[in-house]
Write a protein that binds this ligand. Structure first.
Ligand code: SF4
Ligand code: SF4
Length: 285
């Protein structure tokens, strides 16, 4: 079973919830893979402190001229929907950051002058969290300055073994990269907070999940810090609320010290146990 943990905005506690759930389920004897797909700012490793067994660079394919026989006909430029290739008099200029690796320009070139070559955009890592053999760890890290996180997330998720429980810590927001992370999830767990910003971004995330046809459940973090608007909205949308986590100083302290919060705080652990139990019901159903 694959569960994506998502949020409309950063800072809602998504990584605290996902790392705690991963730890709790592994402690309970389940085979768990935690996947940090928040590739622009991965931080699950700060809490899980994994022992890495593999790190490798990840590349996408971008076009380049094969030789010196380009006629400058411009067919490749016309074929590119992303303005990533420009034909000059006798050569082309490729803007690799804009290229979506679709291969359209190669097909369009009448003289087969274009070839594809690799371009590194990030790093994929694999290992085990906290030495827990039952908790596998995967993460992706996008290179600084890279614009397109989606191919790296797709590459990260492609390599994740399908057995056991896979928890995907998704990027915040509703961009292409967030959609890529929740696209194949059996359930999307929305982590939100009762603020005007939280509600605004939650609405967009719910819309994204509906567009993708994903089932949803929610956790309200810092539930006592604002009015009931988020709860009312979720109830109105018939999205089950699996836990409401009040502000707890011990949670903030554990997080500040880089600890797995469920391991450090018994009240938080109990709330996460309720969420984990719901996830396990999903596995059985
Ligand atoms: S591979 Fe696709 S996106 Fe990249 S330059 Fe060619 S047509 Fe444009
Ligand atoms: S389509 Fe081929 S020949 Fe024409 S400009 Fe592009 S690379 Fe050159």
């Amino acid at each position: 079973m694959k569960v994506a943990i998502a949020s409309g905005k950063g800072g809602t506690g998504k990584t605290v919830v996902s790392t705690s759930l991963a730890w709790l389920l592994a402690q309970d004897g389940h085979q768990v893979t935690y996947v940090d797909a928040d590739v622009e700012e991965p931080n699950g490793h700060l809490l899980l402190r994994p022992e890495l067994t593999e790190e490798r660079r990840f590349s996408v394919l971008v076009p380049a001229l094969r030789g010196n026989s380009c006629s400058g006909c411009g067919e490749c430029q016309k074929a590119c929907e992303f303005n990533a290739i420009v034909a000059l008099a006798d050569r082309v200029m490729v803007f690799a950051e804009l290229c979506h690796s679709c291969g359209g320009c190669l097909l369009a070139c009448p003289d087969e002058e274009l070839i594809e070559g690799p371009r590194e955009i990030g790093t994929l890592a694999a290992g085990f969290a906290n030495g827990e053999s039952k908790m596998a760890f995967r993460s992706g890290t996008l290179d600084v300055g890279e614009a397109r996180a989606t191919p790296l997330i797709a590459g990260l998720l492609k390599d994740v073994p399908g057995d056991g429980i896979v928890l995907v810590d998704a990027p915040p927001g509703t961009s292409c990269s967030a959609m890529e992370a929740v696209r194949d999830a059996d359930l999307t767990l929305l982590v939100t907070e009762p603020t005007a910003f939280g509600l605004h971004d939650l609405r967009q995330t719910v819309e994204m999940c509906r567009t993708l046809g994903r089932s949803m459940a929610a956790v309200i973090n810092r539930s006592d810090l604002g009015p009931d608007r988020v709860r009312s909205y979720l109830e109105g949308e018939h999205i089950p609320i699996l836990a409401e986590i009040p502000f707890m100083r011990e949670v903030a302290t554990a997080y500040a010290h880089g600890q797995i919060v469920a391991a450090a705080s018994a009240p938080f652990r109990d709330l996460m146990a309720t969420v984990a139990s719901h996830l396990l019901q999903e596995v059985k159903s």
